[in-house]
Design a protein around this ligand. Sequence first.
Ligand code: GSH
Length: 218
Amino acid sequence: MVTLALYGHPFSSYTWKALIPLYASGTAFEFREVAPDHPQNYDFVQAVHPQGKFPVLLDGERVVFEATSIIEHLALHHPISPPLIPADPTAAAQVRMLDRVFDNYVMNVMQIVVDEYLRDATNPDAARCQKARERLTRSYGWLEDWLEDYPLDDRITLVECAAAPSLFYAEWVQPIATDFPRLKAWRAHLLSLPPVKRCVDDARPYRHLFPLWAPESD
Ligand SMILES: N[C@@H](CCC(=O)N[C@@H](CS)C(=O)NCC(=O)O)C(=O)O
């Protein structure tokens, strides 16, 4: 009997954030796509989430939403090694801080531009888009410095779960300039990690949903 189910969509960045640790752990789970041809999944998400958003994890009877909280739940109840969140409280606080950086200053800023193009692809608010792109570039600069001391290995922690989807889509909105070589290399490294690659490949059939340019190289 399946006790673990993830509600989401293969093209959704926050769904990837929850899928990456599930794939990394090899934990058995059922993916329940939130799409018009699966109205029961849509209805479930609408019923349990305060804003009807996904991903939503169902673990037995327990409902967990917010991608970060799903990762916190997986770290406690379906642990992997190395852990998704370090055992050392000081290291854990740093990892959680980086998670906020990726959600608040990369993913959600990228989404401002995407939302403008979804609203009207022929007439997006140019000033709003420009400001969001400048904010992304500022975040890239901060991350470039931060990466000076961050190891480029095969670890998957809360940091990688947050970074991979946000940097994947941010590049499509504001390409990472050559001034940020560490960030460019890290994004490529993240996309090569098997759980991330699986998300990228599973999302390919949905690229037509993206309202801006998407590079073939990805
Ligand atoms: N802070 C939320 C963000 C969730 C979110 O924005 N999900 C998007 C998909 S990436 C969504 O549900 N969009 C559909 C909607 O808003 O109706 C999280 O971390 O889970």
